[in-house]
Design a protein around this ligand. Structure first.
Ligand SMILES: Cc1cc2nc3c(=O)[nH]c(=O)nc-3n(C[C@H](O)[C@H](O)[C@H](O)COP(=O)(O)OP(=O)(O)OC[C@H]3O[C@@H](n4cnc5c(N)ncnc54)[C@H](O)[C@@H]3O)c2cc1C
Length: 418
């Protein structure tokens, strides 16, 4: 592209959050360009790679409206029950475990397990088909922002003029740094080990969150794959030194470590696919906006994976920003104006701070070995199990149906602008 492209919104970063924002805006008829430093097709790893997201009901509604959910290459696996347990695997069946059943809330599952690869395939299929959406990948973007608009110069040639630029480049967001927005950080000195296991017995769509002394261990139901009819994803938090040792083990020893943490409820287990690991830290940007700039997804915040909510939080940013932009375009307002950005920040920053605080408190509470803390959390688990109102509160939060689940997150479709 040698000439200048004029769009309402230029999104830098086509990860799951940036790409979903692009698809949502394009579905509403808002002109949009999305730029990623990496080419998109290699993000669709050709084989089963064992990574999966727990997608909440509110996020599913957004992906539906954006035309992404229908393009998933395989049906996502519904989560119909969640068991939360504290302590060692043998104690999981004690009265001090907490059971959530989706039927207590209605017909919808708590959420769906979607393979990271499948979400990428769906996004890659959606982006080129959306009218008014321009994709530049791979391309480097040099962004200049000013009071009257933004200019994005592409390394592949050409220039994009936009009313609003969105930073969706993940945790190390160059746009956030370039705007001088400070970020608070917290290192958990722990790693997340992510992968998949095949097991003997069916999971019956039940997830398990097991709070162990060094951090939580989650088993999340997935659909079977050829040769392995019963499969689950695992997300396991471990102190860095132990995690490194575990990651270096052969498959048999690695499988024994998983079995020791998961318990025997699914029979013998075999690790499948690749092993992934991530250093765990939390991050929160002091502001989500600057002149002509909005931050979304991991560029704005990163949380502990304890509740599997990181991407869901990013999808809530997408819904809020898309709604603010669509409303502005409909009203003949400038979608990158200070007023629109203030509306976005007011809608999102408090909610993401609450989630950061909640996951941090959970992490601290469940990793404490102090006897009084252990006793309190066990009493807490027992108390929540006996109080239907409180249980319902936690369950609706897990589904992403807290107070803010209106508009796109509430299942309202996208109305086209104009
Ligand atoms: C162990 C672990 C388990 C998790 N499990 C879950 C879960 O079960 N459920 C859940 O909801 N979340 C989960 N998360 C969180 C989730 O992975 C992230 O929140 C999510 O990937 C954020 O998406 P994003 O699009 O904001 O950023 P990213 O996925 O980081 O994408 C950023 C994109 O920007 C591009 N980019 C980077 N720099 C530039 C640049 N300079 N110019 C142009 N493009 C650029 C990159 O190529 C990439 O495509 C987990 C995280 C961890 C660590």
């Amino acid at each position: 592209m040698d000439k200048t492209l004029d769009v309402s919104v230029a999104i830098i970063g086509a990860g799951p959050v940036g790409a979903t924002l692009a698809a949502t805006l394009a579905a509403a008829g808002v002109s949009v360009a999305v730029v990623d430093a990496a080419p998109l097709p290699p993000m669709e790893l050709p084989e089963f790679d064992g990574r999966a997201y727990a997608i909440a009901l509110s996020s599913k509604r957004l992906l539906d409206a954006a035309g992404v959910w229908d393009r998933l290459p395989e049906a996502p696996c519904p989560i119909l029950g969640i068991r939360v347990a504290d302590g060692r695997p043998g104690e999981a069946a004690s009265p001090l475990s907490l059971h959530f059943d989706h039927a207590e809330l209605g017909e919808e599952p708590f959420g769906w397990m979607v393979e990271a690869r499948a979400l990428r395939v769906a996004l890659n299929a959606r982006l080129p088909q959306a009218p008014g959406l321009h994709v530049f990948a791979p391309a480097e973007a040099r962004v200049e922002r000013a009071a009257d608009g933004a200019v994005v110069r592409l390394s592949v040639g050409g220039t994009i003029q936009a009313r609003l630029v969105v930073g969706a480049e993940g945790r190390h967001s160059p746009l956030r740094r370039g705007a001088g927005i400070p970020a608070a950080r917290l290192d958990y000195h722990a790693m997340g080990i992510v992968g998949a296991v095949a097991h003997e017995k069916p999971h019956r769509n039940m997830a398990l969150e097991h709070f162990l002394p060094h951090g939580p261990f989650a088993q999340l139901p997935m659909h079977g794959i050829p040769g392995h009819p019963h499969v689950s994803a695992i997300v396991w938090t471990e102190r860095t030194a132990i995690a490194r040792a575990v990651l270096a083990m052969d498959d048999a020893a690695y499988g024994r470590q998983i079995a020791a943490r998961m318990g025997g409820h699914l029979g013998a287990i075999t690790p499948i696919g690749r092993r992934w690991s991530y250093p765990l830290s939390a991050m929160h940007a002091a502001r989500f906006t600057a002149e002509r700039l909005a931050l979304v997804g991991d560029a704005a915040h990163g949380i502990h994976p304890i509740a599997g909510q990181g991407l869901n939080l990013g999808f809530r940013d997408v819904a809020a920003l898309a709604e603010a932009v669509i409303e502005a375009v409909n009203a003949g307002e400038d979608p990158g104006s200070a007023a629109v950005l203030a509306r976005y920040q007011a809608a999102r920053r408090p909610d993401s701070l609450v989630m950061l605080g909640a996951t941090h408190v959970l992490e601290r509470l469940f990793s404490s070995r102090l006897p009084p803390v252990r006793m309190a959390r066990r009493l807490g688990i027992a108390a929540v199990d006996r109080l239907p109102g409180l249980k319902r509160f936690f369950a609706t939060r897990a589904m992403g149906l807290g107070g803010g689940a209106v508009g796109l997150l509430g299942g309202q479709g996208i109305a086209r602008v104009g």
